[in-house]
Design a protein. Structure first.
Length: 409
């Protein structure tokens, strides 16, 4: 049995600065932040949560307060009926797209009728848990696939691909300027729901991270951030990032070009979407906003872990029987500016179609929540512009990328 998967609604929290004591959301328990979106989705759509087949939730750092299947715990915290189960997944940064793709797939397969998919990351909290290597200290894996800090990876790709600091600064500047216009014009208002403290006061009702005063001159004055990490010991082996890079590229001279102004912002945030089969949606009197046309995942070199969005876009377009010319709007997550720059160059994508309301450089990247946010953002903008199709993709650690194409209904 094959049926359509309809997207009924999408909500997100504002993105709060992801630093303890500085961000407006940083004092909250992650389950409470995730519950904010689940409660809003229920209330906005008169959702009978006893009939939700599953809550599929993305979370990349499933430790401490973000552990214990936060998808299920957040639904309980939101006051949902206990019959609504939950599962939590991790595809690193790609978790928020993957949760939606899996939710849509179960509906399209005829196995479920009503699924809520989303994601959460409280980066202010996860920063307190201490770092770790991508290989989690598995030296056998490290010998097979040396995996560096993602910022160093971004600089290596920029070096290999010939992107200058001026090139990536331009991406960062455009992101800030587009986000400025989007905020001034209220383009995010449909999806953004305020976050409240337990005493009923507002914790945050707007995106906290953007810096609309950013200039190209200011970006040019920022020092690259990741070169200083090269001589840091990775772990108790004593090996440095420089030594790890040179396992693969012994003669490389890295042109370090990324800094805080052209890399994604560290923020807290959560988002979720309501998906339903056509039959169930009609029984509830819901009008669909969009439907899922195609979805795909790709994986490649885990060392150059940021390079898969282009292949993911090509794969999902092939599945849909479409070309990039058939896509009206594209969201490519700005994990680092070089990711968007390489995507647009390799696919010959029109920059005026890509990240039209700014991206994670301006707004911030709450890891496992971002993909769900981007799907909601592209649907909002398709409606505002009276356009039809949107493609969303993003790089994920380990050399992966999910992608999805949605079409307005």
């Amino acid at each position: 049995m094959t049926q359509e998967a309809w997207i009924i609604d999408a909500v997100r929290t504002p993105r709060g600065i992801g630093k303890q004591g500085k961000g407006a959301l940083s004092h909250l328990h992650p389950q409470r932040l995730a519950a904010t979106t689940l409660a809003a989705l229920r209330d906005r759509n008169d959702l009978d949560t006893s009939e939700v087949d599953d809550v599929i939730w993305g979370c990349s750092s499933q430790k401490g307060k973000q552990g214990a299947c936060i998808g299920r715990m957040a639904a309980l915290d939101a006051g949902w009926n206990t019959k609504a189960g939950g599962v939590t997944l991790d595809r690193f940064c790609g978790s928020g797209i993957t949760s939606v793709n899996l939710g849509a797939a179960t509906i399209m397969a005829g196995m479920e009728d009503c699924v809520v998919s989303g994601g959460i990351e409280m980066m202010s909290y996860t920063a307190t848990l201490g770092g770790g290597t991508m290989d989690a200290g598995n030296l056998h894996l490290r010998d097979l696939h040396p995996q560096w800090h993602q910022g160093i990876c971004a600089d290596v790709i920029a070096t290999q691909e010939g992107f200058s600091q001026e090139d990536v600064n331009q991406i960062g500047y455009v992101s800030q300027q587009r986000a400025k216009v989007a905020i001034e014009q209220g383009r995010f208002q449909r999806s953004v729901v305020p976050v409240y403290n337990d005493d009923g006061s507002v914790a945050l009702d707007h995106d906290e991270y953007p810096r609309p005063e950013t200039t190209l001159e200011g970006l040019a004055g920022l020092n690259p951030a990741f070169g200083k990490f090269m001589d840091f010991p990775i772990d108790d082996t004593g090996e440095t990032f420089d030594q790890l890079v040179r396992r693969t590229y012994p003669d490389i001279e890295i042109n370090h070009v990324h800094h805080a102004g052209n890399s994604s912002g560290v923020v807290d945030g959560a988002a979720c979407l309501l998906l339903a089969s056509p039959e169930y949606a009609k029984s509830q009197g819901w009008q669909p906003r969009a439907k899922v046309i195609a979805m795909a995942n790709t994986a490649g070199d885990p060392t150059l872990m940021l390079n898969e969005p282009g292949p993911a876009a090509r794969k999902v377009l092939k599945k849909a029987g479409m070309t990039l010319d058939d896509i009206d709007l594209i969201e490519i997550n700005e994990a680092f500016a070089v990711v968007a720059a390489k995507f647009m160059r390799d696919l010959n994508a029109d920059p005026e179609k890509c990240n039209v309301n700014g991206g994670s450089i301006a707004l911030g990247h709450p890891i496992a929540a971002t993909g769900s946010m981007l799907i909601g953002t592209v649907i909002d903008e398709l409606e505002r512009r009276d356009l039809s199709t949107g493609l969303v993709t993003m790089c994920a650690a380990g050399g992966m990328a999910p992608a999805v194409i949605v079409e307005r209904v």
